[in-house]
Design a protein around this ligand. Structure first.
Ligand SMILES: Nc1nc2c(ncn2[C@@H]2O[C@H](COP(=O)(O)OP(=O)(O)OP(=O)(O)O)[C@@H](O)[C@H]2O)c(=O)[nH]1
Ligand SMILES: [Mg+2]
Length: 226
């Protein structure tokens, strides 16, 4: 391959990201005008993204907030089925229709919004495709980024996949109820998260205990005021 071919490839990737960022910027402006706060939830496959949503949605509804969800997966409508029990506006994106993409992008979100009733929504959660790498590169018009990191993934993941944690506003350390059964040092997970990003909020989570939802709510209220 000639050096000039390499350069062409780089410029194509740059153009794709630029086009994505333009659409994401327009989406964010639209959300802002409609008073919808948008949270992009990322994390490894099985980290507990949907479980967090299953816990937080009824809690937010009880707090008089209107919530919508876009779920992203390569295949299946499993997550949508779990979330739909709450009877809220929601859409499942299956990226196999977009070449089995390992992340969501702004065009997919734009398409999904065309199928949703956003009237009166306060919060729109977007559950990204399970992956610790690619979702961090694509702006999807969100106002905040959350990463769900389960304690079963090991202490070193923030250092191995730093980008996603560097760009996060909030990290949920999930499945803490399993700690007594694992050889995992939670302090070490926190230390590694702080090492890659000293600023983001870190909140423990287990679907067994509502106290973690109160902590998330405190972060949310603080964040939307800034
Ligand atoms: N013990 C325990 N298990 C959990 C917790 N949260 C999630 N799990 C389990 O972890 C598994 C994966 O959870 P999901 O919520 O489907 O994970 P996800 O990140 O949405 O997965 P993908 O969408 O496939 O990437 C399920 O079997 C959950 O029951 C938790 O707080 N404690
Ligand atoms: Mg899920």
């Amino acid at each position: 391959m000639k050096e000039s071919d390499n350069l062409k490839e780089i410029s194509v990737v740059t153009n794709i990201l630029k086009a994505n960022d333009r659409i994401a910027h327009e989406l964010r402006q639209g959300f802002y005008k409609s008073g919808i706060f948008v949270i992009n939830i990322m994390g490894s496959p099985g980290a507990g993204k949907t479980s967090f949503l299953e816990a937080i949605i009824p809690y937010l509804i009880d707090n008089d907030l209107k919530v919508g969800v876009i779920c992203g997966d390569i295949a299946t409508t499993n997550d949508a089925k779990r979330i739909s029990k709450n009877n809220i506006p929601m859409v499942q994106i299956m990226t196999e229709a977009f070449g089995s993409s390992c992340h969501l992008d702004a065009t997919m979100i734009h398409t999904a919004l065309g199928q949703m009733n956003l009237d009166g929504l306060d919060i729109l959660f977007i559950e990204n495709v399970g992956n610790l790498v690619c979702p961090s590169v694509f702006d999807i018009g969100e106002h905040a980024r959350m990463v769900v990191l389960s304690v079963t993934e090991g202490e070193d993941k923030p250092r191995k996949y730093p980008n996603i944690f560097q760009k996060a506003d909030c990290v949920i350390v999930s499945k803490v109820d399993l700690l007594p059964y694992l050889k995992i040092d939670k302090d070490e997970i926190y230390k590694n998260l702080r090492w890659v990003n000293p600023k983001n909020e870190i909140i423990d989570f287990s679907y067994n205990d509502k106290i973690y939802l109160d902590k998330w709510m405190s972060w949310y209220k603080k964040f939307i005021k800034v």
